[in-house]
Design a protein. Structure first.
Length: 116
């Protein structure tokens, strides 16, 4: 059972990236997918959630209008589309799968660096 993120990298301000979170060993269809980030020297924060039921989404104010979380249950994959990236978006981004019965899986994270 694991979650593996990919898609991070070094980009210039204003650029876009799409992160992927691929699950193996379980089906994400019954899990909420949560995206977190941890900037250097700061605490981890929740930036986006895409729910199991209908794929409803919620976002932190700091990313609302720029980030879009989505999921493809058929591919067992969740995504975080990040547009208009700014230096303050620099962080390690992780996905987390949570279920109603308390099962909880974390990915290892992918680094996103926004710098000119």
């Amino acid at each position: 059972v694991q979650l593996v993120e990919s898609g991070g990298g070094l980009v210039q301000p204003g650029a876009s990236l799409r992160l992927s979170c691929v699950a193996s060993g379980f089906s994400i269809s019954t899990y909420d997918i949560n995206w977190y980030r941890q900037p250097p020297g700061k605490e981890r924060e929740l930036v986006a959630v895409v729910t199991r039921a209908g794929g409803d989404t919620n976002y932190a104010e700091s990313v609302k209008g720029r980030f879009t979380a989505s999921r493809d249950n058929g591919k067992n994959t969740a995504y975080l589309q990040m547009n208009s990236l700014a230096p303050e978006d620099t962080a390690v981004y992780c996905c987390r799968a949570t279920s109603l019965w308390g099962t909880d899986y974390w990915g290892q994270g992918t680094q996103v660096t926004v710098s000119s």
